[in-house]
Design a protein around this ligand. Structure first.
Ligand SMILES: [Zn+2]
Length: 300
């Protein structure tokens, strides 16, 4: 199998500047690097939201790619239309002309360089394993569709192609670029392109034979008052502890009245997206994942 068409996507969320800035770096530098075995498309996903410095205009673009929504022409928000355009340009979903998509995002959570997979096929896991040997502070976060939407479809842009991932870098505020974090995204992207170039040429590429994958379990809401408003703060002992085991009895919130809310889960889950700014609207405080060690070597 060779990967012939790759898309690097940025600005799916218009207030996450690392992606669009990365696209600019790539426009200047990739021609010099000259990849021979694949076509590379550099694509700004939500230009209007980026211009307006907002996550989205009408609706979250990165929740607009369910197959039924792409087929539904009664949805007429800016993002619903934009998703259909992107489905034409990069997709179509299920029969995509693009083999691999890297969709670049940033987070306010302390998640390092997260490789977020919506498809845990062996190619994606081996690529993720390679990246974790090459780039410091890499974590692999897999979102099974059933755990996220309750059925077998995904609403994420990445679900247009079989291969690839969302590259999530942080912590960084929205509307800001940081040189160090931009370079992490750049290095991870270049390492990915190098891997594919070598694989396409039939070369051996080293990667670890096992990887730790953090598999999405559930989202955890903030405590709410009787009016449905958030009435607690994420506890300082949980802040920045993404990908660290959360033990039963550990404090997770402090309510305005001073009461401490503790974790009641019997299993030690691994929280991610702790205090992500974009999730306050949805009243989500963090998500829980289960850590699994997975073999990724080819068994022949
Ligand atoms: Zn994003």
């Amino acid at each position: 199998m060779t990967i012939q068409k790759i898309a690097i996507v940025g600005g799916t969320h218009g207030n996450e500047y690392t992606g669009p800035y990365l696209l600019n770096l790539l426009k200047y530098r990739v021609p010099v690097l000259r990849y021979l075995t694949f076509d590379l498309k550099i694509f700004l996903a939500n230009p209007k939201a980026y211009q307006n410095k907002v996550r989205y205009i009408d609706y979250d673009l990165n929740r607009s790619f369910l197959s039924e929504d792409l087929a539904n022409y009664s949805l007429d928000s800016y993002e619903a239309n934009r998703a259909k355009v992107i489905n034409q340009v990069l997709g179509p979903k299920e029969n995509s002309k693009t083999d691999l998509i890297i969709d670049v995002h940033s987070t306010t959570a302390n998640m390092g360089v997260s490789i977020i997979l919506v498809n845990n096929n062996m190619f994606n896991l081996q690529l993720a394993s390679f990246l974790s040997t090459r780039i410091p502070n890499v974590f692999i976060y897999y979102i099974p569709p059933e755990a996220y939407t309750g059925n077998n479809d995904h609403p994420f842009l990445n679900s247009l192609a079989k291969y690839g991932f969302a590259l999530e870098v942080g912590p960084i505020p929205n509307g800001v670029v940081r040189h160090d974090i931009l370079l992490q995204a750049y290095d991870a992207t270049l390492a990915c392109l190098e891997y594919i170039e070598k694989k396409n040429k039939g070369m051996d590429v080293y990667y670890e034979s096992t990887v730790d994958v953090y598999e999405h379990v559930s989202a955890v809401e903030f405590p709410l008052d009787s009016d449905g408003k958030i009435d607690a703060i994420i506890h300082k002992e949980l802040q920045d502890m993404d990908y660290k085991p959360l033990e039963k009895g550990a404090p997770i919130f402090e309510k305005f009245d001073g009461r401490i809310v503790v974790n009641h889960e019997d299993e030690s889950f691994y929280p991610v997206f702790i205090n992500e700014a974009a999730y306050y609207d949805k009243k989500i405080a963090f998500s829980l994942t289960r850590k699994k060690r997975i073999r990724v070597d080819n068994i022949t």
